[in-house]
Design a protein around this ligand. Structure first.
Ligand SMILES: Cc1ncc(COP(=O)(O)O)c(C=O)c1O
Length: 385
């Protein structure tokens, strides 16, 4: 048998001994409190059929894009989708990336330049941190959602801003905690210090805003935000992402963003599905309403079960119950699984040590009874232990 590099062997052993070894599991048929399919769009037959019809109408019966957008992959459906996305989100322009991960990598590795500064929330998603890691700009993290800390950091580091640009990045809904920054105040702060604000809307797209435009639009901040990253793998139920902003930003990304340039484009089918999922968002707000109602039921039940102390305060579809210790949180997840509920334990090092949690994702299609039962089970378990 081939020899394995010793560092790989040791890293895997260390994962096993800290109870944080990751494995791939088959799809679950349990009651879903874990997927990002907040509105059930991934299984929506109307969207599925409409995307086939759109491809037929455009005479795009293709299984793949055949190349990068800059070479042979720029099919008509891309232009249609990007124009629709810009209109829907009320911005000048949009550029589709193959995933939210690619979008963040492509943005942060290309836009902030050597000498520039990036300030980022300490709980920023891995894709933002990886993008910043491949940027030549200096970067500093600020305390989670703490605008005083951010202000102090800007004041300390800004100096002569005629010489460089400052970028500030946050998420409208944090992926592990489900909480939100005070985006209005943050945008004011950015205005005061002449910073470019970037907002990752991954977990707000399809959820906030009357038709799911996101939090930036709900707060009418499109003109204050330099770039938004909206992903399609969550409430939109598809795959891919768009970076929204000015025409200049779009042109710049097309010319300099390596994760846009050096990759095969999403298949026309994937883009048609995005187009049709947004058509559904525009025409039917019922799933968004159901989701909002279910978030309310979930939060009421947290109080009823006397679990408020355990949960991170959140208005979003992500509701996290802190259960310190990888073994403890795995045990509770297993107990819920045995009772028919899929809720993912989030272990360290994905979250910091001591902040391990059960991460509940609430959906439009969860019933009130499912919500009450799963929280009742959680309450019983927590009170027993
Ligand atoms: C805040 C945030 N940004 C970006 C991403 C990456 O998006 P995608 O899954 O489309 O790569 C995620 C995914 O988990 C996320 O939570």
């Amino acid at each position: 048998m081939q020899r394995s590099p010793i560092k790989l062997v040791r890293s895997l052993e260390s994962r096993k001994s800290s109870n944080s070894f990751r494995t791939l599991k088959p799809q679950s048929s349990l009651i879903d409190f874990s997927s990002n399919d907040y509105l059930g769009f991934s299984q929506d037959a109307q969207i599925y059929d409409a995307s086939h019809n759109l491809l037929s109408d455009l005479d795009l019966k293709l299984n793949g894009a055949t190349g990068s957008r800059l070479l042979s992959g720029n099919h008509l459906v891309y232009d249609l989708a990007e124009q629709m996305l810009a209109d829907f989100h009320h911005v000048e322009a949009g550029l589709i990336f193959n995933s939210g991960y690619d979008a963040n990598i492509g943005f942060f590795s290309a836009v902030p330049q050597r000498g520039d500064i990036i300030f980022y929330d300490e709980l920023s998603h891995a894709s933002i941190r990886d993008g910043i890691g491949s940027s030549n700009a200096r970067s500093y993290k600020f305390k989670h959602n703490d605008l005083s800390d951010l202000k102090a950091l800007i004041e300390k580091n800004s100096g002569d801003t005629n010489q460089f640009d400052i970028y500030v990045v946050t998420e409208s809904v944090f992926s592990m905690d489900g909480d939100m920054p005070d985006l209005k105040k943050l945008s004011k702060l950015c205005e005061e210090f002449d910073c470019f604000l970037i907002v990752d809307e991954a977990h707000a797209t399809g959820i906030f805003g009357a038709a799911g435009e996101g939090l930036v639009h709900q707060l009418d901040l499109q003109d204050k935000v330099f770039a938004q990253i909206n992903t399609f793998g969550k409430a939109i139920g598809c795959h891919g992402a768009v970076i929204l902003g000015s025409n200049l930003l779009r042109e710049y990304l097309i010319n300099f963003s390596r994760s846009f340039i050096y990759t095969t484009a999403l298949s026309p089918h994937a883009v048609a599905t995005i187009f049709c999922a947004y058509e559904k968002l525009k025409s039917d707000a019922s799933e968004i309403e159901n989701l909002k109602q279910n978030i309310k039921i979930f939060k009421d039940e947290i109080i009823f079960q006397e679990l408020k102390l355990y949960f991170v305060d959140s208005q979003s579809a992500i509701q996290s119950c802190i259960i310190p210790g990888n073994s403890n949180v795995k045990l509770i997840a297993e107990y819920l699984k045995n009772n028919g509920f899929e809720v993912k334990p989030i272990l360290s090092p994905t979250v910091s040590f001591g902040k391990e949690r059960l991460r509940f994702c609430v959906h439009s299609y969860n019933s009130a009874e499912e919500i009450r039962t799963v929280l009742n089970l959680l309450g019983n378990f927590v009170k027993r232990s």
